[in-house]
Design a binder for this molecule. Structure first.
Ligand code: PMP
Length: 379
């Protein structure tokens, strides 16, 4: 099929099909956790002390360390939630096979949960996805299928075509479909957003994330629109992806980007662009050296999309004139482990002409020709 089902949104009051799992801050944290899935979420917020300051930014920039989840990414939260919800709905039963299209991190989260709960798991990833992610999934006992880089996502050999072919071949199999599953944004509405609001005592001027399925930013955006409508929701999107709004900002000759897990050539139903106040389009040459700066200057062992998201955050904070007393929260989705042979490797960066920027720490990220939008200034 070339269409994914509609991702419908249910407000708190009329949610009957999903379990409301809002964080209970008074519940004692157990000293010993029952399994690795119980360690998902409750990630720390850490202040950046060098990078924003080096650019003259006076606002406080704090990062939400999703790379510290047990599977190494923000997607652990969602993988666990969609599995839980499918079990509760009776869609997923013992002995079943879980099949899912992924850019790897959801795959790792599902692989971990399936290893613990005893399901067979098959993850479909695109050619460009790192071998580190594939090997982690295989080590967890998951089968991994690669789709050719040239295939359109909805074509027979593309991500969706392949998962549906597998589903037809394998009896008792399910596709939980993170791109259209309403439990995806609900995960972040219920947990990630609540955690940030609590950790910041309600003082958040801007939240910055990227979008793959769009689940994280949609859930964060929807919750903050309700509890803190003055908080600006900013999305970083790679050139080559079609997510940016207005559509004119997506215009580019770029057809390939190295950043994994962000942007596609179609709009997923889990991405609600209405909750996003501002978009920043980013290039690999900005994002990858920035990811290296996060590692080297801030000691954060993060993945490539974190660089892209931070570039968007710094640009947006500058454009919106955020100064002393303002706080920006930047989501850092995954960890260095996924990219040891890619942007973390000096030779790999050298081959792409990016190592000099890493060595000098000066990659002129502000030089990129980005469309400047007229934005209302924050109070
Ligand atoms: N960064 C990375 C590294 C990811 O794997 C993902 C998930 N695809 C994202 C960002 C975006 O998250 P979401 O799918 O919730 O939009």
């Amino acid at each position: 099929p070339n269409k994914i089902s509609q991702c419908t949104w249910k407000k708190d009051a009329d949610r009957s099909t999903t379990v409301h799992s809002v964080v209970d801050w008074n519940a004692p944290r157990p000293k010993i956790l029952p399994d690795s899935l119980a360690a998902v979420g409750h990630t720390p917020l850490i202040r950046l002390n060098r990078i924003p300051q080096s650019l003259g930014l006076e606002c406080e920039v704090v990062v939400k360390c999703e790379f510290l989840n047990p599977g190494g990414s923000v997607k652990d939260r969602m993988a666990l939630r969609i599995l839980d919800d499918a079990e509760k709905a009776g869609v997923l039963k013992p002995g079943y096979t879980v099949i899912e299209p992924s850019s790897g991190n959801t795959g790792i989260g599902l692989a971990m949960a399936c290893a613990i709960r005893g399901y067979r798991c098959i993850i479909v990833i695109a050619e460009k996805i790192s071998y580190e992610k594939e090997y982690v999934m295989r080590a967890l006992g998951t089968e991994v299928v690669r789709t050719p880089g040239t295939a359109n996502s909805f074509s027979r050999d593309g991500m969706f075509g392949t998962v549906h072919r597998l589903k037809n071949e394998i009896p008792n199999s399910v596709i939980l479909d993170q791109f259209s599953n309403p439990s995806n944004p609900l995960t972040h509405y219920d947990t990630t957003a609540e955690e940030i609001y609590h950790q910041c005592d309600g003082k958040v001027d801007m939240i910055v994330m990227g979008a793959g399925t769009g689940g994280s930013i949609t859930g964060l955006g929807r919750k903050f629109k309700e509890i803190s409508p003055q908080t600006k929701i900013v999305c970083s999107d790679p050139y080559g992806s079609v997510y940016g709004y207005p559509d004119s900002i997506n215009k580019t000759d770029v057809t390939f980007w190295e950043i994994e897990g962000m942007g596609y050539e179609f709009l997923p139903t889990c991405l609600d662009r209405e909750v996003i106040d501002h978009w920043e389009k980013v290039l690999d040459k900005d994002s990858l050296p920035m990811a290296r700066r996060l590692i080297k200057e801030e000691g954060l062992l993060i993945g490539a999309s974190c660089g892209a998201i931070l570039v968007g955050a710094l640009r947006a904070a500058q454009k919106m004139n955020l100064g002393k007393g303002h706080r920006v929260v930047v989501i850092l989705p995954d960890s260095i482990r996924n990219y040891l042979t890619k942007f973390v490797c000096d030779q790999w960066m050298e081959q792409r002409g990016l190592q000099e920027a890493v060595n000098t720490g000066n990659h002129k990220w502000w030089d990129t020709n980005v469309l400047k939008l007229q934005l209302p200034q924050l109070q």
